[in-house]
Ligand binder design. Structure first.
Ligand SMILES: Nc1nc2c(ncn2[C@@H]2O[C@H](COP(=O)(O)OP(=O)(O)O)[C@@H](O)[C@H]2O)c(=O)[nH]1
Ligand SMILES: [Mg+2]
Length: 703
């Protein structure tokens, strides 16, 4: 990242070193940008045509459209190059500090806005809440909890020491502000290297701590990176929870959010929880793997995470192919091994896999493809010979390297998914509501022409009250049915849990009988996850069916009420049935539980417990305790969003009904001169033609 934000590094690059294909792969995204812009214009026209009272509901739709920001979460192995890849995607090789101490548990969201000049326009940092910090520091996170339960005292002692070090260092760094900062947010109108280092990179003093957490991951790379900030570096990093960075970007044709996660496999499982939450609320994931060690058994936590995603929601990017001696031959093996691993774990075995190198992409962006080191250049030549199509071969060196870096292929995959799932759904939702508004305006005119106001005995006031009642009843009925569906799901999940405990205990007894207690035994919790996954999938289907049924009923009731009030004049109103929101992937299932470790603490528990009479009972209790938090995650956290999504769509529907009703019932008050105007038909005819053509735009996207 350049400190002087107004110098654009691309302009410093010699002309022949400048790539011209940075937007390759983003074509579908560019079309989405056009569609959204057209819809926005159509909404403006709709607002103009609707006159007084009609702007507010249209403004609401414009807001909904403007709030649409597709989010892509990157997750993967530590040091696989997630941050480097995000930088390459943002078209700015040194944007986020890569190689930061991977112990931070910060989720960094980079919000990109298309612009002709790049600029860092804002930053928001959120700190952990007191409760989060407490859980981490008093119990040692989940790993501490489970080490404690298992009686692995040595293990627990070590974790305690690590935590004390962390707590002391943080307090020293933050002094008396420490408590005050908990749960707070810091906002800036810019960001730069120093600011980021203060909030998301851990300070150097951690490298000195002997027993620093995640030893293996704490790699030498970071030590040299002392910034000018010096003592300031990492000042807030251990309590920072999330960072939102806002960037004007020259390459992307549509706004989006790229989310960098801290990865999994950490000592405290803090990062795992953080990553799970990030994945849960984003529909599209890019899994970044290192070509040198794509998905080995140390990545179980990651594998579990991917296994719970659908193949259309995930793209696998195998990075660092520049380090392979013979990429052309090796990628085939790597791809096969990844697919096999995914298949073995019931994951999306047909997920799209892309090979590339963030390092090559960075070289292109920095204008120094000629300075690639020898090994990397050789790999590049090899890969290019294997991959290159004739059309690309004639291009400039930077263009070829960019193509080989895999970024265009990644963009193609990501763009298609953004457009195909999220974009289409968003446009359809806005379009359907816009059609309802447009047709109801038309109806409002007919009401005036037909004599205005409510045709029946019901007064306007009564009509509005009746609509409120319909809304209240419909909402309550939906709530009640959802309660039932969720209760049923919880029962099913509990049953699955019971079944698993029984099976595990039986297996243990069986083991004791056949081999005796001297042989250590462990039990794979995959069965529990499978049972829960199927319970969750049943839940999602039921929720969808319930939502659809209630949405349809709500539309029927609302339409009935309008008809009762205004008769045939409102028959033309097309009330759109809301689409139930997509349920989030059951990523909480990926959460590491005690049974996933068969290492030291388990061995120590086994040694201590095996001689005892009630071995099996103790075992059952242990497993019950170990899976408790996991079950809570699956039963509560995972379902909160589902309910909120379903209810929000219902609320939005009735908000719109109130708008329509407001419009229909207020026409009565604008009679007289206005009615005269309505009848001066040339003007009316033009208006109508304009409205029809506006509605066409919406109809194209409503299906
Ligand atoms: N050779 C090579 N190194 C890479 C590549 N991508 C990232 N790196 C380096 O790997 C280290 C870790 O990268 P980083 O982006 O911080 O990884 P993260 O932990 O996944 O975010 C840094 O030194 C990067 O420069 C790549 O494609 N090839
Ligand atoms: Mg990183």
């Amino acid at each position: 990242m350049t400190i002087e934000t107004d110098t654009d590094s691309t302009t410093q690059i010699r002309a022949q070193a400048r790539p011209t294909n940075l937007r390759a792969g983003m074509e579908t995204l560019a079309r989405l940008a056009q569609d959204v812009a057209r819809m926005d214009e159509a909404l403006d026209r709709l607002a103009e045509l609707s006159g007084q009272g009609g702007e507010r509901p249209v403004a609401r739709l414009k807001e909904q459209l403007a709030a649409f920001e597709p989010c892509i979460t990157l997750l993967g192995q530590v040091k696989s190059g997630k941050t480097s890849l995000i930088n390459a995607m943002a078209g700015w090789a040194d944007l986020l500090p890569s190689d930061v101490n991977p112990w931070t548990s910060v989720v960094t969201s980079l919000h990109l806005t298309p612009a002709s000049r790049r600029a860092e326009t804002g930053a928001k940092f959120r700190f952990m809440t007191e409760a989060e910090w407490d859980r981490l520091t008093t119990k040692g996170g989940r790993i501490g909890e489970l080490a404690g339960r298992a009686g692995a005292d040595g293990e627990l002692e070590k974790i305690r020491r690590q935590i004390e070090t962390m707590r002391d260092t943080s307090r020293k760094r933050l002094g008396r502000h420490f408590e005050l900062l908990m749960g707070q947010e810091h906002d800036y109108g810019y960001f730069d290297k120093n600011l980021l280092e203060r909030y998301i990179c851990l300070g150097d003093d951690f490298d000195g701590a002997e027993d620093a957490p995640g030893d293996a991951a704490l790699d030498a790379g970071h030590k040299g990176a002392v910034s000018k900030g010096g003592a300031e570096q990492g000042r807030f990093a251990d309590i920072t929870r999330s960072a939102d960075l806002f960037l004007n970007c020259q390459t992307v044709p549509f706004r989006m959010c790229l989310r960098d996660t801290p990865g999994v496999n950490d000592t405290f499982m803090m990062r795992e929880m953080v990553t799970i939450n990030a994945v849960r609320d984003s529909k599209l994931c890019v899994v970044v793997l290192s070509a040198g060690q794509a998905l080995t058994s140390v990545d179980m936590a990651l594998i579990r995470m991917i296994a719970n995603l659908k193949s259309r929601d995930v793209v696998i990017f195998v990075n660092r192919i520049d380090e392979l001696p013979d990429p052309a031959a090796q990628v085939l093996e790597i791809e096969q091994s990844i697919r096999q691993t995914l298949k073995d774990h019931g994951g999306p075995a047909d997920a799209e896999i892309i090979f590339g190198s963030a390092y090559w992409a960075g070289a292109v962006l920095n204008g120094d493809v000629e300075a690639l080191d020898a090994g990397s250049a050789a790999a590049l030549m090899e890969w290019a010979r294997h991959k290159l199509e004739a059309s690309v071969a004639r291009q400039s060196a930077p263009n070829i390297v960019w193509e080989m870096s895999g970024l265009p292929a990644l963009w193609r995959a990501v763009s298609e998914r953004i457009v195909g799932t999220l974009g289409t759904a968003c446009l359809a939702s806005v379009a359907r509501q816009a059609i309802t508004l447009g047709t109801s305006q038309q109806a409002a005119r007919s009401v005036v022409v037909a004599g205005g106001g409510a045709t029946s005995d019901i007064s306007m006031h009564e009509l509005r009250a009746a609509m409120d009642r319909v809304a209240r009843d419909a909402t309550a009925a939906l709530e009640a049915d959802l309660d039932l569906v969720f209760a049923e799901y919880r029962q099913r999940a509990d049953r699955a849990h019971e079944t698993f405990l029984d099976r595990a205990t039986h297996a243990l007894l069986d083991h004791l009988e056949r081999r005796g207690a001297d042989y250590m035994w462990d039990y794979d919790p995959a069965g529990l996850r499978m049972l829960l996954r199927s319970a969750y999938s049943v839940l999602c289907k039921r929720v969808k069916a319930t939502a659809e049924q209630h949405y349809e009923a709500a539309v029927r009731d609302a339409a009935g009420l309008l008809y009762q009030g205004f008769g045939a004049a409102v028959e033309g109103i097309q009330l759109g049935v809301p689409a139930p929101p997509e349920a989030p992937a059951p990523v909480a299932l990926a959460q590491t539980i005690a049974l996933d470790f068969n290492d030291s603490w388990w061995a120590s528990w086994w040694r201590r417990a095996r001689g005892q009479k009630a071995f099996a009972k103790r075992f059952r209790r242990l497993i019950l305790a170990e899976t408790e938090d996991f079950m809570t995650q699956m039963k509560e956290a995972q379902t909160v969003d589902i309910r909120a999504g379903v209810m929000t769509a219902m609320t939005a529907f009735f908000d719109q009904q109130r708008d329509i009703l407001f419009e229909l019932t207020s026409v009565g008050t604008q009679r007289g001169a206005d009615v005269e105007r309505l009848f001066t038909s040339e003007q009316e005819r033009q208006r109508r033609a304009l409205l029809d053509s506006t509605l066409e735009t919406f109809e194209r996207h409503a299906a």
